[in-house]
Write a protein that binds this ligand. Structure first.
Ligand code: ZN
Length: 197
């Protein structure tokens, strides 16, 4: 099972890193231009995958043209490289490949990122923390009730305290039920949404 956290680093990321360390669980962070450099450094040093989400998370900018999208993507990639020394090529589109807010074709953008050597990942288990629920109990239930028999890529946001507060119980549930937790890499089984445009 791949736990993934979007939109950080933020105020609760260190709390999350403490929990992950306690259980020796590695996850994937899809980071942005926000938050402290030291948190990204810690994510990397503690063996998690530091992956790329977006520098600005501004849909109207990044999805106005492919040029804008790649300008934003290379900005966050350079930030991660400056902090960790590593060139990340694992990405997640803001809103996922299936988003309908983009003014440009997501089908073509997905093709182009692949041509440029990036690997993009969506998710197949949503914690609902972006809208459906606002409690740790809600996040926990959404995740454990929707785990797949094969690969589960779980979407959470480490900028939300209630979502971070659910992680310890999610890990305990997973460990008790024979799941293994892994961070994403280039060889991970692909979980893609279909593009709507
Ligand atoms: Zn996001």
């Amino acid at each position: 099972r791949d736990l993934t956290f979007d939109d950080g680093p933020g105020a609760y990321t260190n709390q999350l890193l403490d929990i992950l360390k306690k259980y020796n669980v590695k996850v994937t962070f899809f980071v942005t231009g926000k938050g402290d450099d030291s948190i990204i450094k810690r994510e990397y040093d503690e063996g998690h995958t530091v992956a790329l989400h977006t520098n600005t998370h501004n849909y109207s900018y990044i999805y106005a043209s492919q040029d804008n999208y790649f300008e934003d993507l290379y900005t966050i990639r350079n930030r991660v490289k400056r902090i960790t020394g590593m060139e990340s090529n694992i990405i997640r589109f803001p809103g996922g490949t299936s988003n309908t807010v983009s003014k440009i074709s997501m089908r073509e953008l997905a093709k182009e990122v692949t041509n440029r050597g990036f690997y993009y990942f969506d998710w197949n288990v949503s914690s609902g923390d972006a809208g459906g629920t606002t409690t740790a109990d809600g996040v926990y239930n959404n995740v454990v009730n929707n785990l797949k028999s094969g690969v589960s890529v779980v979407l959470q946001h480490d900028i939300k305290k209630f979502s971070v507060d659910a992680v310890e119980r999610i890990i305990q549930y997973g460990l008790e039920n024979g799941y293994t937790f892994k961070a994403l890499d280039e060889t991970s089984p692909v979980v893609h949404h279909g593009a709507n445009k």
